[in-house]
Design a protein around this ligand. Structure first.
Ligand SMILES: *[C@@H]1O[C@H](CO)[C@@H](O)[C@H](O)[C@H]1NC(C)=O
Length: 520
């Protein structure tokens, strides 16, 4: 009797354990072949902004404006100096055990005019050396073609608001594939279209600060999708057969949770998701293609009320819909946080009219009970990450997914327990989704290094390696999170109880120091 009860209880516990996320095993294995990486982006880490023939980009222009629009007045002129430290950096990556390194190419470093008339050999050499060194150390390069640093010359011509960007981007991509395509097997065309278009063209939150609210972000959205598709088809038709790689796009995905159980708030959260990432994922990954219906309807109705003769959201022709649909081998997801979302019918004075936010007519707020990072927009909500992964599986027929960014910011310090907790809980949420069938191929920590965090300058530190920006040599030191990530990669598993002694973290890191000095 007692034994029977014991058996029943045990099976009950096992059953609950399999079905409920909160009761996890302390050690969970990642699937066979799952890959771990870390990421950076050219403008945020390279420095050497005008060295060796590099042309200026829109981020050079913005950070050199007076008075500075960057909160700490800083620039990316030197940043983490990876332009000079690439060799010792690869050694750090090797020590960490990375399977791959995601970085971006600075367009104006290899094509200073933006066009292929001048190919800057020193720029080509820099990336070629980096890629060769990575491969020598068995680290796969994952290369982003465009991570926000448009050549200044192309911005003068309208940048992503000019439909010719599609041709310019294709010419740039041809040069990149010709030069590096034999060595690079993972390509990302464009990083975070929403941040490019809404923040850069529909507001002032990013370069080029166009602030043509309600107009330019939608023109940009269409041009981004066509630029991406053009380069996908270029690769697919002219390079894939000989280079045999994969090419996709990285979209930033925030989870929008209804603030209450009303139909209005559920609708607001759904609209926010469709504006935020459906706008870019739906045209590429859905069965029907085209912009999401709710986006089209919302912008059309508002445009009509405002006296526009046509919707401010440009139409995708049936040829364009077909051209864009399916143009990705995988979906790159950059994901960080969740926001509570509600509907406020009046929106009195809240957003400019017309604008993207007004079209969406949703209001986002933070939940004070969620852990807060250094960056005001970032709170830790692992279940929101799980919901994104589940939605993507459900809405887009379970595409191959790479998590191309995920991470946490602090104000500094080597003992980054909050970041360790963030990584563990988010990876655990990822494993929940994987165990339910999500086709997730790999995970990328943002970021390998502290770096220039756009409008926040160097105040928001995302690195699992600390970078000393006061040191002319930009010394790197692994934080506790780097030690924990290293063990996750080594064991190919997530052990919630794995402890790293603070003393180990704070002790001088001999090996790193030595290689760092040699590499320099
Ligand atoms: C951006 O444009 C809107 C009008 O659409 C205006 O209300 C706002 O002040 C502008 N922002 C900046 C920083 O210029």
């Amino acid at each position: 009797m007692t034994v029977n009860l014991f058996v029943i209880l045990c099976s009950l516990v096992l059953w609950v354990d399999n079905g409920v996320h909160s009761l996890q095993k302390p050690v969970r294995k990642f699937p066979e072949g799952f890959k771990f990486g870390a990421a950076t982006a050219a403008y945020q880490v390279e420095g050497a902004w005008n060295e060796d023939g590099k042309g200026p980009s829109i981020w050079d222009d913005l950070t050199h404006t007076h008075p500075s629009p960057i909160s700490d007045g800083s620039t990316g002129d030197v940043a983490a100096d990876t332009y000079h430290l690439w060799k010792s950096d690869v050694e750090l990556m090797k020590q960490l055990g990375l399977d791959f390194y995601r970085f971006s190419i600075s367009w104006s470093r290899i094509l200073p005019t933006g066009f292929a008339d001048q190919i800057n050999q020193k720029g080509i050499d820099y990336y070629d050396n980096l890629i060769t060194e990575l491969l020598k150390n068995k680290i796969e390069p994952m290369v982003t073609l465009y991570h926000w640093d448009l050549p200044s010359s192309l911005q003068k011509l309208g940048g992503l608001a000019n439909p010719l960007i599609v041709e310019w981007f294709e010419q740039y991509a041809r040069v990149v594939f010709d030069k590096f395509g034999d060595k690079v097997k993972y390509w990302i065309t464009i990083n975070e279209p929403k941040q490019i278009c809404y923040e850069g063209y529909g507001s002032t939150a990013k370069a080029p600060q166009l602030n043509m609210t309600g107009i330019a972000e939608y023109i940009c959205a269409k041009n981004v999708l066509l630029s991406h598709a053009k380069v996908y088809h270029l690769y697919d038709e002219n390079y894939r057969y000989k280079q045999n790689g994969q090419i996709g796009i990285s979209v930033s995905c925030t989870w929008y949770e209804p603030a209450s159980d009303t139909i209005e708030d559920h609708q607001a959260a759904e609209d926010a998701r469709q504006f935020d990432w459906g706008q870019y994922i739906h045209p590429i990954f859905s069965k029907t293609g085209d912009f999401p219906l709710s986006l089209k309807n919302n912008v059309r109705l508002r445009s009509k009320e405002q006296g526009f003769l046509r919707s401010r959201l440009p139409v995708l022709s049936s040829e364009e819909i077909v051209y864009i649909r399916g143009s990705s081998d995988f979906l790159g997801i950059n994901s960080y946080t969740t926001k509570l979302t509600y509907r406020d019918a009046s929106l009195e004075g809240m957003y400019p009219v017309p604008s993207y936010m007004d079209d969406m007519s949703a209001v986002m707020v933070k939940d004070a009970s969620w852990p807060q990072a250094q960056s005001s927009w970032l709170q830790s909500v692992p279940w929101g990450f799980y919901k994104i992964l589940t939605q993507v599986r459900y809405l887009y027929d379970n595409p191959a997914v790479w998590i191309t960014e995920n991470g946490w910011s602090t104000s500094g310090g080597l003992i980054d327990n909050d970041r360790v907790k963030y990584y563990r809980t988010y990876l655990s949420a990822l494993l929940d989704a994987v165990e339910e069938g999500s086709n997730i191929k790999g995970y990328t920590a943002w970021s390998l290094f502290d770096n220039f965090e756009w409008m926040s300058g160097y105040a928001d530190k995302f690195g699992i390696f600390e970078v000393d920006f006061k040191d002319p040599k930009r010394k790197r030191t692994p934080r506790k999170s780097a030690h924990v990530y290293k063990e996750i990669i080594r064991s190919r598993s997530l052990d919630m109880n794995y402890e790293v002694d603070d003393k180990t973290v704070l002790a001088p890191t001999q090996v790193v120091e030595k290689d760092y000095v040699e590499g320099y």
